[in-house]
Design a protein around this ligand. Structure first.
Ligand code: AP5
Ligand code: MG
Length: 224
């Protein structure tokens, strides 16, 4: 039976380099499946926006494109995944992304008994630079826009909640190299951990239009 017809959807993990479209797709897939999108990046940005202690600690690292420490991120994710809306499953966007996080997630998923699907959205360098430099984010509701491909109806204003859109502090050209390095050197190696457990990494071509990528991922989830 397709997992989408089952009561428990389980864990869907979306990997991909910065700008691949994880957040854009995660939001849509999560909404369609009726499970929450759990994005550690969004959670950290929310802490920064609310100027909490964690947010203040994270600020410089984010602006420099460096990863936040495993302990902090694992604690944030653990608390979020314990919420009742995660019982049927959840979609992980940007987590885990280091060896120290994947071990933690593995134990967590085993204890929850969740079936896991791992997806990587693939995208070439030129397109990801174009996407990152064109991205505009709503700081209030988290909606994602792009001045090239998904412009808001009114320039710099969120279509959903009408807040003023912002450019992320880590979307500056000089920071992108460090974010890519972190993905290649710290995140990509953890694919091996999944493969060693017999999990397949489902590669999805991310350079297609948003709708096409969505249908590809949704179709995949429906089949397996
Ligand atoms: P995070 O927020 O996770 O950022 P990221 O992984 O670098 O990825 P992005 O959010 O930049 O890209 P995306 O793939 O979500 O693309 P999007 O859908 O927005 O992490 C940020 C930072 O937080 C990290 O660097 C680190 O410091 C910290 N952090 C987070 N998690 C952590 C963890 N687990 N451990 C340690 N530190 C952590 O799309 C990009 C743009 O393209 C948008 O403008 C969108 O509109 C557009 N677009 C999307 N799809 C398409 C399409 N198909 N065609 C055309 N345009 C498209
Ligand atoms: Mg994102």
């Amino acid at each position: 039976m397709s997992r989408l017809a089952e009561d428990r959807i389980g864990a869907i993990i979306i990997f991909g380099p910065p700008g691949a479209g994880k957040g854009t797709q995660a939001r849509r897939i999560a909404a369609r499946c009726g499970i929450p999108q759990v994005s550690t990046g969004d959670m950290i940005r929310d802490e920064m926006h609310r100027e909490t202690e964690l947010g203040r600690k994270a600020q410089n690292k984010i602006a420099a494109g460096k990863l936040i420490g495993d302990e902090l991120v694992n604690a944030l994710a653990t608390a979020r995944l314990a919420q009742p809306d995660c019982e049927r499953g959840f979609l992980l966007d940007g987590y885990p992304r280091t060896a120290g996080q994947v071990g933690h997630v593995d134990r967590l998923l085993q204890s929850l008994g969740h079936r896991t699907t791992v997806i990587e959205i693939q995208i070439g360098y030129n397109e990801l630079i174009r996407r990152i430099t064109g991205r505009r984010l709503c700081p209030k509701c988290g909606a994602i826009f792009n001045i090239h491909s998904q412009p808001p109806a009114i320039s710099d204003v969120c279509d959903v909640c009408h807040a003023r859109l912002v450019v992320r502090t880590d979307d500056r050209a000089e920071v992108i190299g460090e974010r890519l390095r972190a993905y290649e050197e710290e995140t990509r190696p953890i694919f091996e951990v999944f493969r060693n457990k017999g999990e397949m990494i489902h590669a999805v071509q991310g350079e297609e239009a948003e709708e096409v990528v969505f249908e590809t991922i949704f179709g995949l989830l429906d089949r397996i």
